[in-house]
Design a protein around this ligand. Structure first.
Ligand SMILES: *[C@@H]1O[C@H](CO)[C@@H](O)[C@H](O)[C@H]1NC(C)=O
Ligand SMILES: *[C@@H]1O[C@H](CO)[C@@H](O)[C@H](O)[C@H]1NC(C)=O
Length: 341
């Protein structure tokens, strides 16, 4: 068997075993969400002529062509919230094309902004799509908190739901109903935990210089337009005026509602799916990148089983995405919380 065939076979086996694991999660059906039309919650941000709305106003396509990318933004800022959409990514050759779904307040707080990201990093035809999540608080952009992953499905074939939950206590990134990352607020994080009202952004743009294999593959406009579809939009949370002094009582009801919601609780089944997802599909984590962070930042939960999979660069060791029969335990770095989850 040639290398390509064997790696795609092992990929298929990985996907099948993950499907078995998430079937518990999926069996509980999707989240009970209230979706809104585009005009009920969002406005164009840039490249208006590249934003195509469906006739029922419930979905929208963002285009990137040689003239411009495009993007939309929520009409309000939210002080905590659940931000979610079903997204279908552009297919075929999309190297250098970034599709981002994120919350930010950089327009209001230039130097001390907060941000929570999903960023899809383009694709060379036939390869797996890769994406990253990132968290910034109060302008802490010199502390990148990236995690990078592949997916258990082809995100260009059909719509999948991507969601960001942000409460005063934690942040959860979801792909469909699978939580893929949780950041629990700790005192040690201080201002690095996002704490000011944010808007939701969705964009498509040309990031030739870094997105795909570190900029090796550029956008090729022969394949344009690149189209990313968004539907089943959800905005839940406390609409806030960012300039007004906000007291915690203003949003108390909305916060309580958010924290009661189904997606705010990670059930044992979902936690298991999260663990398996991270074992199989996460290929970079800043928490294990001890060249950048000799002492992992305070929110990092250093899990021995994860630690063993990563090199000191935070990148996954070659071959460790497949099951190994035996491994010697590796040394844990100094510092960080050690939890055998
Ligand atoms: C879904 O949410 C709506 C509105 O919040 C509620 O009225 C309905 O009872 C919920 N359905 C289920 C099955 O929980
Ligand atoms: C955010 O950063 C600003 C400017 O560096 C600082 O004055 C402020 O105290 C920080 N806020 C928090 C909550 O740490």
């Amino acid at each position: 068997m040639n290398r390509l065939r064997s790696s795609s076979l092992s990929r298929t086996l990985t996907h099948i075993s993950f499907f078995l694991c998430i079937s518990f999660v999926a069996a509980a059906a999707g989240f009970n969400l209230t979706t809104i039309g585009f005009d009920e919650g969002y406005t164009p941000l840039f490249g208006d002529f590249n934003i195509l709305r469906s006739s029922d106003g419930k979905s929208v396509s963002l285009l990137l062509n040689r003239y411009s990318g495009s993007g939309f933004i929520s009409s309000s800022l939210y002080n905590h919230g659940f931000f979610s959409a079903k997204i279908k990514l552009p297919s075929d050759y999309t190297a250098g094309v970034v599709v981002a779904f994120y919350t930010s307040n950089a327009d209001v707080f230039e130097k001390t902004h907060d941000e929570l990201d999903f960023e899809f990093l383009g694709n060379v035809q036939g390869k797996e799509w890769r994406f990253q999540t990132n968290v910034y608080g109060n302008g802490s952009t010199n502390r990148g908190r990236e995690e990078r992953y592949t997916l258990w499905f082809d995100p260009t074939r059909e719509f999948h739901r991507y969601s960001i939950l942000w409460t005063a206590k934690n942040i959860i990134f979801y792909v469909d109903e699978v939580p893929i990352r949780e950041v629990v607020r700790s005192d040690a994080m201080g201002g690095d935990y996002p704490s000011k009202p944010m808007a939701l952004y969705a964009t498509i743009w040309d990031a030739s210089n870094w997105a795909t294999a570190g900029g090796k593959y550029k956008v090729n406009y022969k394949y344009a337009p690149f189209v990313s579809d968004f539907s089943d939009l959800v905005l839940q949370g406390c609409q806030s005026d960012p300039i007004q002094e906000f007291s915690s009582t203003i949003c108390a009801d909305e916060d309580a509602e958010l924290e009661r919601a189904e997606y705010a609780v990670i059930t044992p089944e979902r936690r298991r799916a999260m663990r398996v997802f991270r074992q199989k599909y996460m290929y970079y984590s800043y928490c294990y990148d001890i060249l950048r962070y000799p002492v992992p930042p305070p929110e990092c939960v250093i899990t021995p089983s994860e630690r063993r999979r990563f090199k000191d660069t935070g990148r996954v060791k070659f071959g460790s995405r497949r099951r190994r029969r035996s491994r010697r335990p590796s040394r844990l770095p100094a510092g960080g919380n050690q939890a055998d989850v």
